[in-house]
Design a protein around this ligand. Sequence first.
Ligand SMILES: NC(=O)c1ccc[n+]([C@@H]2O[C@H](COP(=O)([O-])OP(=O)(O)OC[C@H]3O[C@@H](n4cnc5c(N)ncnc54)[C@H](O)[C@@H]3O)[C@@H](O)[C@H]2O)c1
Ligand SMILES: O=C(O)[C@H](O)CO
Length: 386
Amino acid sequence: MAKPVSIEVWNPSGKYRVISTKPMPGTRWIRLLTDQDCRVEICTLKNTILSVEDILALIGDRCDGVIGQLTEDWGEVLFSALSRAGGRAFSNMAVGYNNVDVEAANKYGVAVGNTPGVLTETTAELAASLSLAAARRIVEADEFMRAGLYDGWLPNLFVGNLLKGQTVGVIGAGRIGSAYARMMVEGFKMNLIYYDLYQATRLEKFVTAYGQFLKANGEQPVTWKRASSMDEVLQEADVISLHPILDKTTYHLINKERLSNMKKEAILINCSRGPVVDEVALVEHLKVNPMFRVGLDVFEDEPHMKPGLADMKNAVVVPHIASASKWTREGMATLAALNVLGKIKGYPVWSNPNNVEPFLNENSPPPAASPSIVNAKAIGLTASKL
Ligand SMILES: NC(=O)c1ccc[n+]([C@@H]2O[C@H](COP(=O)([O-])OP(=O)(O)OC[C@H]3O[C@@H](n4cnc5c(N)ncnc54)[C@H](O)[C@@H]3O)[C@@H](O)[C@H]2O)c1
Ligand SMILES: O=C(O)[C@H](O)CO
């Protein structure tokens, strides 16, 4: 078993042993735990992705709770080890938890926390940034400048797509998908088409009201449509952004056939999870459709890209940084720590995981509740009455 060689300890005499598998931004999350009698151990091993063996060594013989990362494989092996060590609390420092086998956690009565809400706008802003970068060929143009190739303005130099009046398509109009849709509709006066299993009523009302505002001011109103199939979005939209969760229903949602249904000059953005897109099919599509552009924050085999992707001029690629604003990352750390603390202290679960603001206010103590536990019902946790 690999031994963790590097641990930072806070409040060594604390009663509850809480492990964070990575250093996380800010210090509030540490303070919130140490103030409540936790000994906090932060793994400072240099390898970016910890193996199951690394984490087993961290858990050891006694551990009350773990804050983990989306790069880790939280399944039967780790949950049984945590349970043997007396722990019943785990939280991902992420909203997505496709790296967690929730059934296995249920089996051992371990609470699984996640961090919704605090990263909604930050992630949507990155999706909007990638949309603009792809539409206006910003990365290609930047490389061109730095290579010293610019020798004067030309009518045909880096001509891209105008967004105003075009259609933005959103697949998965939940928290992040809806925030992104609002940015694109309001910021660039795009019409909206979306596909989700559920109706996005607030989003529809927003676009309707904004359309009325534009009309009252003598401008072309924006419109919305809820598509009855995903293919309708792919055929009609000029920019398509993917925001569903990753599960069996969304694996390779975008495949060779669906790519061929999209407009030849469409833009595809993925800030959800890599396996939502068949990346091999995407590389082929990019090769034969040079006007098709893509903006990717996530990849099928992270941290790797499929062969050929790095060579594609019509792809903008960034390393899974969509939630990487200081406020959001500190907030994610806080929510993850409070999920673990809440379970350790026997607090109830916050009744509305979409309203996490009360936990993020630095000037007042957080509510005595776990902000978001995804398997609360399955393991019989009660909801907060606050
Ligand atoms: N790139 C990043 O750094 C980053 C940051 C935050 C979140 N994410 C990813 O984004 C996902 C969404 O986050 P969220 O907070 O908006 O979650 P959410 O639950 O609010 O939204 C997900 C939406 O997807 C819809 N959906 C589920 N299955 C679908 C299907 N088969 N077809 C169409 N729609 C479907 C759901 O109905 C829901 O509205 C997370 O699960 C995570 O994987 C990535
Ligand atoms: O699911 C998440 O939260 C992201 O991928 C990291 O912010």
